[in-house]
Design a protein around this ligand. Structure first.
Ligand code: HBI
Length: 369
């Protein structure tokens, strides 16, 4: 374990400034990791698009803001699309700054799900570590990730094992989970509240299935999240009886967790290989048990019958059955699971173990030479 103070460069996602919500779960991951790392005494330089801001100040964190055009999101491109670099693109500028500052740091950690930073791993002299934030949403990304896993296996990490299975890795994947700030989530004991659903409102998140559950139980469904795909959202509205969905919008964490904590269950309905499932952990942090499809990250976070129920993907009847028995789950189990497995301190410790592997390899490589 490296017990000296590390100076780490963290490079954010280029698809929107930190705080815009456009980066989805990555934004929460970056903020939580920074909080965890500075609580362990390490120093951070955050390189992020102009407009980015952190919800806290610290003399251990320096932010470098870079102006430029957002990178198109892989979620809005076809798997076979080439890498697009718009003119005046923010992505290469983020990395010019990272390369300039790299020699002042022990390591650079990349959070962008983009080809350029992965390719840059080959540049000797700087150690770039990549926390891969999605399943394989593009062929060219799958290629470069598999290539880097072959050349620098210790410099890649994933949120869950299932997510990593999308990539043909040559070695066992390094899994770091995710982390959230304990202080931001209050445990709520309330048993018989409404049903909730949270996430980006987009087809891969499967909101319509949770609406079917609420409709069958003749009750409303509270929905939080950025309406990213408007026609998808209105299609759901038009297909199901009015008044089932109560849209709550994309709220700041403190408001979100206060409302979420009142739910008797969160229903999670991924239609893609969800890399992790942030909202699942946020629900558990508030004591809310989760009913989720056994797919991607959610299938690894939920211990069936302990902190929620796992249901076969697309099995609406299974969701309904689980919802009817959710009172069997002790809400305290959910909070305990969160405190043990997914606080930002525990996450930061797992990330530091990961960096040690990569940095030790560097040291041992030097040693062998
Ligand atoms: N697309 N090009 C690109 N780069 C990203 O960093 C990125 C993305 N799409 C979605 C995304 N990041 C995050 O919302 C997910 O990784 C969670």
């Amino acid at each position: 374990m490296i017990n000296k103070q590390l100076k780490l460069i963290l490079v954010s996602t280029p698809i929107g400034y930190l705080g815009s919500g456009k980066g989805g779960g990555v934004e929460l991951t970056i903020v939580s990791l920074i909080k965890g790392l500075i609580s362990l005494g390490h120093e951070i330089i955050l390189i992020a698009p102009k407009g980015s801001k952190l919800p806290f100040e610290s003399e251990l964190v320096e932010i470098r803001l870079i102006d430029g055009i957002d990178q198109p999101s892989w979620q809005h491109q076809k798997k076979t699309d080439p890498v697009l670099i718009p003119s005046n693109s923010v992505l290469p500028k983020l990395w010019e700054t990272a390369i300039d500052l790299a020699n002042q740091s022990d390591a650079v950690i990349n959070f962008a799900y983009d080809w350029l930073p992965l390719w840059l791993t080959k540049i000797q002299g700087i150690k770039i570590f990549h926390l891969i934030s999605m399943g394989a949403e593009s062929i060219i990304m799958k290629e470069i990730i598999s290539q880097i896993s072959q050349l620098y296996p210790f410099q890649l990490a994933f949120h869950t094992a299932r997510q990593s299975q999308d990539y043909s890795l040559k070695t066992d994947p390094i899994i770091v989970g995710n982390g959230f700030d304990m202080e931001n989530y209050l445990f709520n004991e309330k048993e018989n509240g409404p049903l909730g659903w949270a996430g980006r409102i987009a087809p891969e998140k499967g909101l319509e299935d949770a609406v079917k559950v609420a409709k069958d139980l003749d009750e409303k469904l509270l929905v939080w999240g950025l309406i990213e795909d408007k026609e998808y959202a209105s299609e759901i509205e038009n297909t199901y009886t009015k008044g089932i969905i109560e849209w709550r919008g994309f709220l700041p964490t403190n408001k979100f967790q206060e409302q979420l904590g009142r739910c008797r269950a969160l229903i999670n309905t991924p239609k893609w290989n969800e890399a992790y499932g942030n909202v699942i952990v946020e629900a558990m942090a508030c004591g809310v048990p989760v009913i989720a499809y056994d797919l991607g990250g959610p299938g690894e976070l939920i211990e069936d019958g302990f902190n929620g129920f796992l249901v076969n993907p697309n099995d609406i009847k299974g969701l309904i059955k689980a919802t009817k028995s959710i009172s069997e789950i002790k809400r305290r189990n959910c909070r305990d699971w969160f405190e043990k497995k997914a606080t930002n301190k525990v996450f930061a410790e797992r990330v530091l173990n990961w960096l040690n592997k990569g940095l030790d390899t560097k040291i041992s490589a030097d040693f062998q030479n």
